[in-house]
Design a protein around this ligand. Structure first.
Ligand SMILES: NC(=O)c1ccc[n+]([C@@H]2O[C@H](COP(=O)([O-])OP(=O)(O)OC[C@H]3O[C@@H](n4cnc5c(N)ncnc54)[C@H](O)[C@@H]3O)[C@@H](O)[C@H]2O)c1
Length: 346
């Protein structure tokens, strides 16, 4: 019997990559998405042509209100990959209620649907490194082109205190804690991934979210962009295929991983400052950006680098795609899809 996965937010950037992978592996894939993210119809169309597309069903539904459909889908699933979310910090600041409803209440609804089911599928939740706030207590050293962690620290592990910043940080953080607690209190098999910056093919980045693709698309179409802060902010970048591999490994190692929260990112080898990222765009792809400058945005972490050690130890997973290789894959995809993207970004 093939396994069945329900992917909420499954026509979004991470969702489409996950759906393609699980279909390829022979799974039945059910997507539940309200299609609120602009451009996701392109991903829906793309999925119709992938290997084993016959095993895919896409349902239009909203995690805030379509509880009956969620319950029905959870009843049939072996795994629920919960990705549906309001994803932009900026939008969460202008409309915190919608952000709360989608991220906190929406996740609660998914958990309740799982709890009500007879099969109790495992739940994987895409949380965020934003749950650690701006990590003000860590010492940060300013170098020529980047910030670095001081005090001998190489990366941030799960022992850091939770410190939710921004409505997005609060709504995702509340959901993160609910997902963990449903494992403790109700015995559900749940895993939380506190994801760093994810990038890769099929990422329709906008200024407010998905900055790697956004800057590369802006460079390709010679669009104006704004750099917030001095550009020395460092992020560890994880290629989307490596993230999906982590989901696959989490399922394979559920007995060990259930009830856990894991930091997941590219790690120190794949960490770049914005200035370093711009330099790679110029050197590797001949694309020069001349951004306008604005003050840094509130709550922006000067540096975040995930320590992947706990998840690697529990599952054997490693990020395989080096950042330059991943950026090349993304750039190749952008170049191949230039006409479609031109239409989308006009
Ligand atoms: N991309 C990243 O760098 C990153 C980093 C950390 C965490 N995350 C988390 O990963 C998940 C997926 O992110 P993504 O980058 O693929 O974003 P995305 O915007 O591409 O995908 C989110 C999907 O959720 C759907 N959606 C939104 N509101 C919904 C609702 N009320 N009901 C049903 N569907 C709804 C959207 O239509 C979209 O298809 C999110 O939970 C996000 O918070 C992403």
């Amino acid at each position: 019997m093939p396994k069945r996965i329900l992917i909420t937010g499954g026509v979004g950037f991470i969702g489409v990559n996950a759906a393609e992978r699980f279909l390829k592996e022979g799974w039945e894939v059910e997507i539940f998405d309200n299609f609120s993210r602009r451009g996701v119809e392109l991903n829906e169309r793309y999925l119709q042509g992938v290997t084993n597309a016959k095993n895919l069903t896409i349902h239009r539904g909203d995690v805030r209100r379509d509880q009956d459909l969620l319950v029905q889908l959870c009843e049939q699933a072996d795994v629920v990959l919960h990705l549906a979310a309001q994803v932009a910090v900026t939008t969460s600041v202008t409309d915190p209620r919608t952000d709360f409803d989608v991220n906190a209440l929406g996740t609660f609804n998914v958990l309740e649907a799982v709890r009500a089911s007879s099969k109790k599928p495992m739940v994987i939740y895409a949380s965020t490194n934003k749950v650690y706030g701006s990590l003000e207590h860590l010492s940060v050293v300013e170098e020529k082109n980047r910030y670095a962690l001081g005090g001998g620290l190489r990366a941030v592990d799960e022992s850091q205190p939770l410190d939710f910043h921004s409505p997005y940080g609060c709504s995702k953080g509340a959901a993160d804690q609910y997902v963990r607690d449903y494992s403790r209190i109700y015995g559900l098999k749940t895993i939380v991934f506190r994801q760093s910056c994810i990038y890769g093919t099929r990422q329709l980045g906008i200024e407010d979210q998905g900055w790697v693709a956004w800057f590369m698309i802006a460079a390709m179409f010679k669009r104006p962009v704004t750099l917030y802060g001095n550009g020395k902010q460092v992020r560890d970048l994880l290629f989307v295929e490596d993230l999906v591999e982590a989901y696959v490994q989490a399922i394979a190692h559920i007995d060990k991983c259930s009830g856990q929260a894991y930091n997941l990112g590219g790690g120190s080898e794949n960490a770049l400052s914005l200035l370093e990222f711009f330099a790679i765009l110029e050197k590797d792809f001949g694309q020069k950006l001349s951004p306008a400058h604005s003050p840094e945005r509130p709550g922006d972490q000067p540096i975040f680098i995930a320590d992947n050690g706990k998840f690697s130890a529990d599952s054997g997973w490693r990020a395989k795609t080096g950042v330059r290789e991943g950026l090349k894959k993304l750039n190749d995809w952008l170049q191949e899809n230039k006409p479609m993207l031109q239409e989308f970004y006009k």
